[in-house]
Each structure stands twice: as structure tokens, then as C-alpha cells.
Design a protein around this ligand. Structure first.
Ligand code: 4AZ
Length: 280
């Protein structure tokens, strides 16, 4: 049975609401599609916390309606990007999208397998600024719990996983070439956490956007070539086995001098309850 989405505030969401607030600068929002540039296929069984966000009603059934990514942080909680749920991306108000669901445990979007779980409620960060892209976070509460082994811990404030030079991987079913060649199967690209100064230099506040180190995370390769892209938005950036970012925005995909920008997970945790901040 289909149920309309609501924007009921969960406890976690309320905590986050209190938290992710503010920041603000000016970038170019990431699109509704996602692509991992310069990546290679991975088994979703090895990264079960990487899920697809989908609506066949809005995006058609060819690729099971996939349009963004998400990260499983509790059996019933998936983090994604706020911009994935915008009118611009959905082409309709969120409240009217009745078949929003996540797809877990499925490598090939054109095959069966894994599970599709309806989204029961959605919390979109009220502070998300579609012009600046700051606060690009939404929390989905699932209708039924996923197995516990799907959950990835979030890296707390001060975790070494955020240090520049740390190897990371970004996951998604997005465009793999920048030409609209959307992946059938989950892919991952090896990137590294870059110094905030790299993104501040790339996105100082011009038309491409403004990088805000307090709420965003910079990752990619200095020479380009490996990056997230359209369709990967909302998907996980993982380092040291922990979630450090969500695909958010950037200028193009995989271009030298234009790193990927991610929603910084520690910002979220820092504003949540102490127990959550410990990653438990
Ligand atoms: C997008 O449009 C998008 N290269 C996502 C990530 C990046 C650029 C665009 C980063 O969804």
C-alpha cells in the first residue's frame, strides 16, 4: 500500500534540526542523478550501507527509479542529501511522491534481489540553503528495519578519518562518464580527503559556489579523474570504515582543480545527543 510522505520530525531529526543549522555560502547544487567517475564495480554485499533512493513514479522503471543515493546509519534510518528531495530534482512536491523508497542489497538496478523498503517519513533540514548548498542533509525513516549489518558507523568530530590525505571511497549508481551513462550496478571511486584549503581555493564564492569548512568536506584527487557525479548525490563517502560525508555538490565531475564537496557528517553528530556523537 502506498502511503503519502510526511515530514514528521523524529527524535533524531529533532536533534539534528537543532544542529545542522546555519552555515552558509554559495555553491552550485548537485543534480538529481549520480555518477561515480573513475570508479569500478563493487559488491553491494561488501557495502550494504550504500542504498539507492528511488521513485518509479517520478523517474521511470528502467533503473528501478533510482535518482540519488543514501547511507544507512541505523536499521530504520537513511541519510541523504536535502537537495535530492527538492522540487527541482523530483519535478513535483515531495508530499506528492507516494512511492519514495530505498533499495538495499541490490547490485544491478535492472535485476531483482535485495529489498525495496518504503520511506515512512522524511525530515529535510530546514536550514538547507539551495543557493549556498549548506546543510545539504535529509533523514529518511524507513517503514521496515534493515538488517543490522547494513548500518555504517558515523565518524565523530575529531576522527582521523577526516584528516587530509585519508583514503576514502565514494559509492553510487550515478553517471560514470559525465555524459548521462548511468550505472546499472553499484560503483565506487577511490578518492582522498583533501585539505579544506583546496575547496576554498576552488570555490571561493564565485558562480561555482562557496565552500564552508564547518559544514562541508572536500574530497577527490588533485589531478581529477575520480569523483562523484550526478545521480550519486546523497550517497556515502567512507573512510576507515566510517561514514564521513554525503555526496553534495561540485563544479562538474572529476575535473582537476574542482574537487567534490560533501556534507560533513561530524557537523551533524556534534549537534546530536552525546551517545550518538560517540558513534554508537
Ligand atoms: C550532482 O549533480 C553532482 N563532482 C554531484 C556531485 C558532484 C557534482 C555534481 C561532484 O549530483
Amino acid at each position: 500500500m502506498r502511503r503519502p510522505l510526511s515530514r514528521r520530525l523524529s527524535t533524531a531529526a529533532a536533534l539534528v534540526a537543532a544542529a545542522v543549522v546555519t552555515p552558509l555560502a554559495a555553491p552550485v547544487p548537485a543534480a538529481a542523478d549520480g555518477v561515480v567517475i573513475g570508479g569500478s564495480p563493487v559488491q553491494v554485499s561488501d557495502s550494504p550501507w550504500a542504498v539507492a533512493l528511488a521513485s518509479r513514479d517520478r523517474f521511470g522503471g528502467t533503473r528501478a527509479g533510482q535518482f540519488c543515493g543514501g547511507a544507512v546509519v541505523s536499521p530504520t534510518t537513511v541519510l541523504t542529501a536535502a537537495h535530492c528531495l527538492s522540487l527541482e530534482v523530483l519535478g513535483a512536491p515531495l508530499e506528492t511522491v507516494e512511492d519514495l523508497h530505498i533499495i538495499a542489497g541490490r547490485n544491478d538496478l535492472r535485476a531483482a534481489g535485495g529489498r525495496e523498503v518504503a520511506v515512512r517519513s522524511v525530515w529535510v533540514n530546514e536550514e538547507y540553503d539551495s543557493f549556498t548548498n549548506a546543510g545539504d542533509l535529509a533523514i529518511l525513516t524507513l517503514d521496515k528495519p534493515l538488517p543490522k549489518d547494513h548500518v555504517i558507523p558515523m565518524a565523530p568530530v575529531g576522527d582521523r578519518a577526516y584528516e587530509a590525505g585519508t583514503r576514502a571511497q565514494v559509492y553510487g549508481w550515478g553517471d560514470t562518464t559525465g555524459q548521462g551513462d548511468y550505472a546499472r550496478s553499484l560503483r565506487a571511486a577511490k578518492v582522498q580527503v583533501l585539505a579544506d584549503t583546496a575547496c576554498e581555493a576552488a570555490y571561493p564564492g564565485n558562480a561555482d559556489g562557496t565552500y564552508l569548512r564547518s559544514v562541508m568536506l572536500c574530497a577527490g584527487e588533485v589531478e581529477g579523474g575520480r569523483d562523484a557525479c550526478q545521480g550519486d548525490s546523497g550517497g556515502p563517502l567512507v573512510a576507515r570504515g566510517r561514514l564521513i560525508g554525503l555526496v553534495s555538490w561540485g563544479s562538474g565531475c572529476g575535473q582537476a582543480g574542482s574537487p567534490g564537496v560533501y556534507t560533513r557528517i561530524s557537523e551533524l553528530l556534534a549537534r546530536m545527543a552525546p551517545t550518538a556523537a560517540k558513534g554508537s
